[in-house]
Structure formats: structure tokens, C-alpha cells
Design a protein around this ligand. Structure first.
Ligand code: TXA
Ligand code: MG
Length: 385
């Protein structure tokens, strides 16, 4: 467990509270958390500075090279000025993210794409027109002004205009594009509340803007527009059905089975991603089989539990990461996860479950399957803390 980092530059704690993280018995300094109401009236127009004091403070921090976690409609992001190479470098350090994994650049509006994008295709115009602001990231040719660290040295940059009013207010107030991955340590569960962010990164960042749970709960859809045909790289908040209603030719990248260390087109495609410490196994056979498996595993001494998840895809998306976090606790050997109806948001939910399960899928409750569950539980690495 890393004990380095601290809170970075300590700035005046004008309106916030400081928390303290406790790990391995040691109380660590933790970042500032500022509650921010959903901007409504009083939200400034596009060219005005923010009148929302926590947001204005977060924007100042971003301009000075700080790291600020903020809510989006999908999950909380860990933001830095996308034009500040050092600040972007701090994102990778804080998350312990490999330099080979590129970041999404967040913009306040579609009118800002020229700042970071070299070429805006007809498909980009259509998709941005239909789904921005919203949970869609478009991978497009990068403007040379964007530090190559943002794109992991590649020629393409992922851009999106988030719909969450706090995110848009923040980016506008900062006056710079904001590079932001999900605000979790690399490979871990994405945060859907400010508390999750503090748990993951509280000792490594300056500030979290807290606007409550994020409304969608799963990340943005990533569509790659750099090839001859648009490709869905990561299912997310904008459904494939909706994408195809605008650009019918979109292809779906195959559910990849890459292990960590193998080259991935996108880190979100890594097999082991979005993972709790407790091993997860995906049960693609309905609730009855899942319950049989839990009972059979428990009867042979495996502390197996069902991952509680609604069958409705939108509800499941909202609950998913918090449910994984809550279920991931000492004394539990194995989590058995159901799949949801693959229509709509269900595709994104099932994708995250599959990755949380490191690709381990079972389809029956036969004795051999139960034995396999035992082997998976027995092979789990020791917990980090
Ligand atoms: O909803 C979201 O997208 C959240 C919020 C904070 O906006 N962000 C997020 O970022 O999920 P991250 O870094 O956790 O996931 C970004 C995904 C990864 O799968 C990454 O590989 C892909 O987008 N990506 C980013 N830049 C890319 C690029 N230049 N080419 C291909 N894929 C890219
Ligand atoms: Mg992520």
C-alpha cells in the first residue's frame, strides 16, 4: 500500500472539510471534499466565470496544475489540464496507470473540438450532434497541441462533452480542456460517489467536488472514428441501438479476452479491469442456476455470495460499482454475478461484469462447475489491505 503522495499543495481550506483515510492502521492525509449543488439558476453562461465557489476553486486548481476529481453523468473523473504535460503525468502517477493507456479529453462544448482535434469527420459531426453533451467519447485524429502523454503517444485522441452540469461548469470555468480518466486506481472499480474517490485516491489528489451519486453509473461509450468504419470500442451510456440509429455502419469490437500485459487497443478492453479484490465469476444461466451455485459452493465451505443487482439494465448500471464495492469485503471468497438483458445499457453492464470476472463465465451448476469455483476461490491473491 502506498503511503506517499499526501494532499499535494495545501491551499486555503475556505469552504470544505478535510477527511482522513485510514489504511494499515495509519491515518493518512486526505483530500479536500467540497459539496456542490447542481448548478441551476446562477450558472453562468458560456463566457462567464463560474459563480459557484467550489467549482471556481476547483477550476483555479486545474489551471495551476492540480488534480481535481469531479462528477460526470457516468462516473467520477480525475481531472487535470489536458494541455499541462506535468499535470497529466500526475494523473498516471496517482492512478498507477500504465503510460500506454490514453486519456479522454473533456470539453465544455462541441465548439471547442478544434482545440484538440485535427480532423472532424462527417460521422463525428453526426454522432456529436446527436449525443453531446452526453456519455459518448469519440476517438479522432489528435491536434499536435495535445501532449502526446494524453494519447499514450498515439495519433488519436478521445474527446467528449459531458452532460453533468457540474462537469460542464468546471471545464468552462477552468478555460482549458480537461483530461480525465475514471477516478479510481488502475484496474479497480470505477467511482460513482465522492466517497469512492476518497477511498481510491484521497491521499493523492487535491480536491473532490461532491455532487452525490452519478446518474448513469457506467462509463461513456467509446467509438473509434479513425478507421474506414466506425467501431464501438467500449459499450457505455449511449446504447449501440441509439448509435446505429444515427450511423448504421458502426461495428462492434469483439469482446476481447486479453490478459494484463497483452496489447489492448483500449485499456477498458483489458480482461482484468473494473475489478474487486474478491474473485468474481459471471453466471450466464439465469437466477435459478446462480442460487444453486451459491448454495452448492457454501455447502463445500466456499463463502460465495450473489452480487446483488437489479434485473433492469438502467438500475443495474446505476448500482453496479457501488454493489461491487459493498460486496468486496474480507470473509467473502467468491462473488457470483448475474448477467442482465443485453439490450440497451445491459450491454455495458454485462461488459463490466465480464471484465470484473476476468472473463470467467459459468453456464451450469454441475459438480465440475462447483469444483471450478472452489479452485478460483482458492487461487485468489491475498487482499491488499
Ligand atoms: O465516462 C467516462 O468515459 C469516464 C468519465 C470520467 O468521463 N472516463 C473514463 O476514462 O472512463 P477511462 O480512462 O477510465 O477510460 C477511457 C477509455 C479507455 O478504455 C481508453 O482506452 C479509451 O477510453 N481511450 C482513451 N483515449 C483513447 C484513444 N486515444 N484511443 C483509443 N481509446 C482511447
Ligand atoms: Mg476507468
Amino acid at each position: 500500500m502506498l503511503l506517499e503522495g499526501g494532499c499535494g499543495p495545501q491551499l486555503a481550506n475556505e469552504w470544505g472539510r478535510f477527511g482522513a483515510g485510514e489504511q494499515n492502521g495509519a491515518v493518512l492525509p486526505s483530500c479536500e471534499v467540497l459539496t456542490v449543488g447542481r448548478p441551476g439558476s446562477g450558472t453562468p453562461g458560456a463566457d462567464e466565470p463560474s459563480t459557484n465557489r467550489p467549482v471556481a476553486r476547483a477550476a483555479r486548481l486545474l489551471r495551476r496544475g492540480g488534480l481535481v476529481a469531479f462528477p460526470t453523468e457516468t462516473v467520477y473523473g480525475l481531472g487535470a489540464n489536458a494541455f499541462d504535460d506535468d499535470a497529466v503525468g500526475r494523473i498516471f502517477e496517482a492512478k498507477q496507470r500504465p503510460a500506454s493507456d490514453p486519456l479522454i479529453v473533456h470539453l465544455a462544448g462541441v465548439e471547442d473540438v478544434d482545440e484538440v482535434v485535427a480532423e472532424w469527420s462527417a460521422a463525428a459531426v453526426l454522432l456529436a450532434g446527436a449525443f453531446w453533451p452526453g456519455p459518448l467519447s469519440l476517438v479522432v485524429p489528435r491536434h499536435e497541441r495535445v501532449p502526446s502523454r494524453v494519447t499514450a503517444g498515439g495519433p488519436a485522441v478521445a474527446v467528449r462533452v459531458p452532460a453533468h452540469p457540474v462537469a460542464r461548469d468546471l471545464i468552462r470555468a477552468a478555460g482549458v480542456p480537461v483530461a480525465a480518466p475514471s477516478a479510481n486506481r488502475f484496474g479497480r472499480i470505477s467511482p460513482t460517489t465522492a466517497d469512492h474517490v476518497v477511498e481510491e485516491l484521497g491521499d493523492r489528489i487535491e480536491l473532490v467536488l461532491d455532487a452525490g451519486p452519478t446518474p448513469l453509473g457506467v462509463e461513456s461509450t467509446v467509438v473509434d472514428l479513425t478507421g474506414t468504419v466506425p467501431v464501438l470500442r467500449r459499450p457505455g451510456g449511449v446504447t449501440l441501438e441509439d448509435l446505429r440509429s444515427v450511423v448504421p455502419a458502426i461495428e462492434v469490437a469483439h469482446r476481447s479476452v486479453l490478459a494484463p500485459g497483452q496489447a489492448a487497443t483500449a485499456p477498458g478492453e483489458l480482461l482484468a479491469h473494473y475489478s474487486p479484490a474478491t474473485p468474481v465469476v459471471l453466471v450466464e444461466a439465469g437466477d435459478e442456476v446462480l442460487e444453486q451455485l451459491v448454495a452448492a459452493a457454501v455447502s463445500v465451505g466456499i463463502a460465495a455470495r450473489r452480487l446483488p443487482l437489479s434485473s433492469d439494465a438502467s438500475a443495474a448500471a446505476r448500482e453496479l460499482y457501488a454493489a461491487m464495492r459493498a460486496a468486496d469485503r474480507p470473509g467473502i471468497d467468491l462473488l457470483l454475478a448475474p448477467t442482465v438483458d443485453p439490450e440497451g445499457l445491459g450491454r455495458a453492464v454485462n461488459d463490466r461484469l465480464y471484465r470484473a470476472a476476468h472473463g470467467r463465465v459459468v453456464t451450469d451448476a454441475a459438480p465440475g462447475t462447483v469444483a471450478r469455483l472452489g479452485a478460483i476461490a482458492a487461487c485468489a491473491p491475498p487482499r491488499e489491505s
